[in-house]
Write a protein that binds this ligand. Structure first.
Ligand SMILES: Cc1ncc(COP(=O)(O)O)c(C=O)c1O
Length: 414
């Protein structure tokens, strides 16, 4: 019999480092909007015998034997996804992560050389929406739309003009750093006018969409991609959903087009996350994400911070640090992590600084909402942020603030 030791005996170094990371996450105010705390059940499903199995192909049609249980797992994951988004769209739950999902989605709908149109990276788009250094910006002809210079908001008439001028094959509606809701209907009108497909990337907002508190692209977009590990609180994976007529193109784009065997452990963990998201509490969770984000925005504004679009109506907040405190985003994020407040430096629209040392920081409320923070806690979070940034170059003060942050976190994680 093949017997193995538990991790704590087999590899003490890795075991200790994993435990340290777990502890760090429990002691840190985690404000990176694309991160979360997955449940014990989701984490447990990722560490199972499913990682031993190859399953190239799809349920009922695989290239390897022994798929009796894997097929059931994949079928269950797909049926839960359909229930969660209340849709008859076709689901492919095999993409390894969000970036491969986006590339496969584009390859399903377009050919190399076709024109694609997405939101510019420094205006809140993702690399895979056609950024020049991403493969999506290299194999396709990429045109990019921007937010309005005065308001920081999407202006659908401006987007329309770019679409009319460039006649893209596909328009991507999605973002990684935009603090407001998207109107998928407006995008659809533009796509229809120019004869383009509409692709929605709901990676950031999938929980809000599933909970019906954000406009949904289901029934509107031709193809939809999402990661499963952000607001949706699943494992690190992704899915593509599409209108049934594109099912075969999408499945072929994943395999044989782009990937080999699916990560079955992730598929199972996704099913667990979808089941959790189908519970009534999840809708309350999603609503609380938005409430927290609004209150945190208001508190930061009261403290004199300059927020892009002057607020937030989703889970995400973008602060112009140069205008707020005359420091760069990187200086701010580096000071914040010293007091156990985790965010990321981020470009802001029309940024004059570089992506590695940009003008902004990006915050989000999905993770702190998972551990139970409410509106009343947002004042404390804003004050910790402000105290840190007021003392950004004073390590002695930062150390003291860190102790208070760790104490504050105990209320939620101990
Ligand atoms: C909108 C959007 N799409 C795609 C991705 C890519 O996901 P991954 O990091 O899993 O490749 C991200 C990641 O941040 C994202 O924000």
């Amino acid at each position: 019999m093949f017997k193995t030791e538990p991790l704590k005996n087999a590899d003490k170094e890795i075991f200790a480092l994993i435990n340290k990371e777990t502890e760090r996450q429990l002691e840190t105010i985690r404000l990176i909007p694309s991160e979360n705390y997955a449940s014990t059940a989701v984490i447990e499903a990722t560490g199972t015998s499913l990682i031993n199995k190859y399953s190239e192909g799809y349920s009922g049609k695989r290239y390897y034997e022994g798929q009796e249980f894997i097929d059931q797992i994949e079928n269950l994951t797909i049926s839960r996804a359909k229930e969660l988004f209340n849709t008859n769209y076709h689901f492919n739950i095999q993409p390894y992560s969000g970036s491969p999902a986006n590339l496969a989605a584009l390859l399903a709908m377009c050919s190399p050389g076709d024109t694609i149109m997405g939101l510019e990276l420094s205006h809140g788009g993702h690399l895979t929406h056609g950024y020049k250094l991403s493969i999506t910006g290299k194999i396709f002809k990429s045109v990019q739309y921007q937010v309005n210079k005065e308001t920081g908001l999407l202006n659908y008439e401006d987007i329309r003009k770019i679409a009319v001028e460039n006649k893209p094959k596909i328009i991507i509606a999605g973002f990684t750093a935009y603090p407001r809701q998207f109107d998928f209907n407006e995008f659809k009108k533009i796509a229809d006018e120019v004869g383009a497909y509409l692709m929605a990337d709901i990676s950031h907002i999938s929980a809000l969409v599933a909970s019906n508190i954000h406009s949904s692209p289901f029934g509107i977009a031709d193809i939809i991609t999402s990661t499963s590990h952000k607001s949706l609180r699943g494992p690190r994976g992704a899915f593509i959903a599409c209108k049934p007529e594109f099912a075969s193109k999408v499945d072929k784009a994943i395999i044989p087009g782009f990937q080999g065997g699916p990560h079955n452990n992730i598929t199972a963990a996704m099913a667990v996350a979808f089941k959790e998201a189908l519970q009534p509490e999840f809708k309350e969770y999603s609503k609380q994400i938005i409430k927290n984000s609004k209150v945190l925005s208001d508190e930061l504004i009261k403290l004199g911070y300059k927020l892009i679009t002057n607020g937030s109506d989703n889970h995400l907040i973008l602060i112009d640090m140069v205008k707020s405190k005359n420091i760069s985003g990187k200086t701010a994020s580096s000071a914040l992590i010293k007091t156990n407040i985790e965010c990321n430096a981020n470009t802001i629209p029309f940024d004059k600084r570089t992506p590695f040392d940009p003008s902004g920081i990006r915050l989000g409320t999905p993770a702190i909402t998972t551990i139970g923070m409410k509106e009343s806690d947002m004042r404390d979070v804003a004050l910790f942020i402000n105290e840190t940034l007021e003392n950004y170059d004073d390590n002695y003060e930062l150390e003291k603030i860190k102790e208070n942050v760790i104490d504050f976190m105990k209320k939620f994680t101990k």
